[in-house]
Design a protein. Structure first.
Length: 318
C-alpha cells in the first residue's frame, strides 16, 4: 500500500469511526429511553462510553497490534485526564462544590486492577472477564452511592445526547444502532490497515504509534467536551467525563479487548507508559479532592502529557 493511499484510507476510516461513534451513542441512549430506562440509569451504565476507542482497540487486538490496542486505553486516558483536563484548567480554573472521595477512588481502583493484571506482561481472556466484572461492580457501587445521597452526573457523549432533544423512536434508534456498529467496524479496519503502513514508514513500534499519535487523534474530542462544560460553570460534567473515561477504558474497553484476543504487554508499556498514566490518574483524583484544579495544576498536567509523548518518541525509559 502506498503512503498516499494509506493516508486517505486512514482519514476516511477515522472519519467513519468518529462520526458514527456519536451516532452510536445517540442510538444506544435513544433505544434505552424508548424502553423506558431512566436518564440516571443511562448515565451510570454508559458512563464514559467511548465506542471509537473500543472499536479501534478491539480491532488492533484482533489484528495482533497490541500496542495500538493498549494505546486506545492508556494513551487515550492520558489525552482525557492530562491534555484535555490540563488545557481546560489553564483556560478556566475548576472549582467543585463537593468532591466525594468515594467517587474519586473509583478511577484509581480501576487503574490499579488493570495494572495488577498486567504485571505478568499479558492480559488473558480470564483477565478480560475479571475487568468486565470489575466494571459491573463499579456500576453497582455508583448506584449504591446514589442511594446514599452522593450525586452522580453523566459526562461525555452520553451527557451531550441526554441534553439534546428527545431521542428518536425505538425502531429508528435500533436501525441507527445497527448501521453505526457496521460503519464503525469498517472504519476501524481501515484505520488499522493504514496504521500498519504508517508504522513501517515512520519506523515506530505499534506501541509508540498507538500511545501517541493514534490515541491523540481518536481522543482529542475529549477537549471539545471538557472545556465547554467548564466554561458553562459545570465542572461536575468536566470531571464526570474524566472519571467516566478512566472507568470505561480500563475496565470495560480493556476487558472487551482482552476477550477479542489475549494481549501481550511489552516492557515499554509496563515500565513507562502505564506507570505515568496510573500516576496521572492518582494526581488528578488528589487535585479534585481539594475541590480545585487551578491554572498551575493545568500546566502541570499538560507538561506530564508532553513528557509522556516526547520521552516515548525519544525512546527514554526508566
Amino acid at each position: 500500500m502506498s503512503l498516499p493511499l494509506a493516508f486517505v484510507l486512514f482519514i476516511v476510516g477515522l472519519g467513519l469511526v468518529l462520526y458514527f461513534a456519536e451516532k452510536l451513542v445517540s442510538a444506544v441512549v435513544g433505544t434505552a429511553v424508548a424502553f423506558r430506562a431512566s436518564a440516571f440509569w443511562i448515565s451510570v451504565v454508559f458512563v464514559g462510553f467511548d465506542p471509537e476507542n473500543l472499536a479501534v482497540g478491539a480491532t488492533g487486538s484482533y489484528e495482533g497490534l497490541f500496542g495500538i490496542a493498549l494505546g486506545s486505553v492508556i494513551g487515550a486516558t492520558m489525552v482525557a485526564i492530562a491534555l484535555a483536563l490540563g488545557v481546560t484548567a489553564l483556560v478556566v480554573p475548576l472549582q467543585f462544590g463537593e468532591a466525594p472521595r468515594r467517587i474519586l477512588l473509583v478511577p484509581v481502583a480501576a487503574v490499579a486492577l488493570a495494572s495488577g493484571l498486567m504485571v505478568d506482561r499479558a492480559l488473558s481472556r480470564v483477565d478480560g472477564v475479571i475487568l468486565l466484572l470489575g466494571y459491573v461492580v463499579a456500576v453497582v457501587y455508583l448506584l449504591r452511592l446514589k442511594r446514599g445521597g452522593v450525586d452522580i452526573k453523566p459526562g461525555g457523549e452520553v451527557q451531550e445526547t441526554l441534553e439534546k432533544e428527545k431521542p428518536a423512536g425505538r425502531w429508528k434508534s435500533l436501525g441507527l444502532l445497527v448501521l453505526s456498529l457496521a460503519a464503525i467496524v469498517v472504519g476501524s479496519e481501515m484505520v488499522i490497515s493504514a496504521s500498519r503502513r504508517f508504522i513501517a514508514g515512520l519506523g515506530w513500534s505499534d506501541t509508540l504509534f498507538g500511545m501517541t499519535l493514534l490515541a491523540f487523534l481518536i481522543s482529542i474530542e475529549e477537549l471539545a467536551r471538557e472545556l465547554p462544560a467548564a466554561i458553562r460553570k459545570r465542572p461536575d460534567i468536566t470531571y464526570g467525563n474524566v472519571a467516566g473515561s478512566v472507568l470505561a477504558f480500563f475496565l470495560f474497553n480493556l476487558g472487551v479487548i482482552a476477550l477479542v484476543r489475549p494481549i501481550r504487554v511489552d516492557a515499554q508499556t509496563l515500565t513507562f507508559y502505564l506507570p505515568i498514566c496510573a500516576g496521572t490518574v492518582v494526581l488528578t483524583s488528589l487535585l479534585v479532592a481539594t475541590r480545585r484544579v487551578p491554572r498551575w495544576a493545568g500546566a502541570l498536567l499538560v507538561a506530564v502529557y508532553a513528557a509522556f509523548v516526547a520521552l516515548g518518541i525519544l525512546g527514554v525509559e526508566p
